[in-house]
Design a protein around this ligand. Structure first.
Ligand SMILES: [Mn+2]
Length: 349
């Protein structure tokens, strides 16, 4: 089996391979509010380390959505929030920290202090631009479909074909599938499909994975989606944009649990003429925003500039500490400021 990665990345991976060989207690860590790529990358790498005889751990800052809990060994992930004492102990005993699917310490939430205070070796495997986390080894490839694809390259390069077990393949496939919206964006590199082909060769059932992740709504969640689209979607035709706002009261009404609004932001992009979509979710004490676009409109820049966030060209997140009302006002204003870029992107779409 051949693994094609950028040359610099091959070198970083071989050094990381040495670090892993020297490590007895590695910990794999991912970001706050983990998505499919975060959990898929974490578990894929965690399982590989465990299979290599390490006393490995996987750690998240907080809980992750129910549609990812079926993944192999998901129950072994240590959640920092609510299990601080145990997490701290694990971090104190660790001799290597590998961060996956993020490269900004802000994305660690309260776990940030523990990670930055640790003096052990740190490495990053990620596909987000502008690394801002202090680490000895930084394996970032921006044009990779997902962090999971890079984890696959690392395992393949270090452990060879046999190291990719069907369990690891399921985790990595989930990461690639979710971060590309089922291969509808971030997935134009032929190498991503070669990776998928190799994952399928391990015998995994990709249709089963799709059903576990996407055809897994609770009745209330499906009704919330219907409500959001019918009652809450605001289309700004002039700006080729649309947004939806979910208040805390509305979330309560629909028995909202973590992950329930996952993917909602993609739906307005299916409307003809809409190239920019925003989902605004009120949280206790702050407001969370998700951004998606079609084509050239850069939501990474938009999120960075106005909502202290970031991500990729077509998918990003951000937040606001203003009230919901003020946040929505700011959103409308920033959309109108971006009229020229939106118009350009619309014309090219
Ligand atoms: Mn990702």
């Amino acid at each position: 089996m051949e693994f094609i990665v950028k040359k610099e990345l091959t070198e970083i991976f071989s050094r990381l391979g040495e670090w892993v060989a020297q490590s007895e207690r590695p910990v794999v860590i991912t970001h706050l509010n983990p998505d499919g790529d975060a959990i898929g990358s974490l578990l894929g790498l965690y399982l590989y380390l465990k299979n290599s005889g390490k006393k490995a751990h996987g750690m998240t800052p907080n809980n992750f959505p129910a549609f990812l809990r079926w993944l192999p060994s998901a129950g072994e992930i240590v959640r920092y929030q609510g299990h601080e004492k145990r997490a701290r102990q694990i971090l104190q005993e660790a001799d290597l920290l590998i961060m996956v699917d993020f490269n900004d310490p802000k994305r660690l939430g309260r776990l940030c202090r523990e990670v930055t205070a640790s003096s052990v070796r740190k490495a990053i495997i990620d596909h987000h631009p502008n690394p801002a986390l202090d680490a000895g080894l930084v394996a970032v490839q921006e044009d990779a479909s997902s962090a999971a694809e890079l984890v696959f390259s690392f395992i393949g390069q270090t452990g060879g074909k046999k190291a990719i077990t069907p369990e690891i393949a399921e985790c990595i496939y989930t990461g690639i599938m979710t971060d590309t919206g089922c291969f509808s964006f971030n997935s134009s590199r032929p190498e991503s499909f070669r990776t998928v082909a190799r994952l399928l060769e391990t015998g995994i059932d990709k249709d089963r994975i799709f059903n576990k992740v996407y055809n897994n709504f609770s009745v209330r969640r499906m009704q919330l989606l219907g409500y959001a689209l019918y009652r809450k979607m605001k289309v700004l035709t002039k700006y080729h944009s649309a947004y939806m706002v979910l208040t805390l009261d509305e979330q309560k009404e629909f028995g909202f649990v973590t992950g329930d609004s996952e993917g909602f932001v993609n739906y307005p992009l299916a409307v003809r003429g809409v190239i920019f979509s925003v989902l605004v979710v009120e949280k206790a004490g702050h407001v969370k925003l998700s951004f998606r676009s079609k084509g050239k409109f850069n939501v990474n820049e938009f999120a960075r500039k106005y909502f202290s966030g970031g991500g990729h060209v077509n998918a990003a997140g951000g937040e606001s500490n203003e009230s919901l009302e003020k946040t929505v006002h700011l959103l409308e204003k920033t959309i109108s400021i971006s009229a020229h870029e939106l118009e350009e992107a619309f014309r090219q779409a």
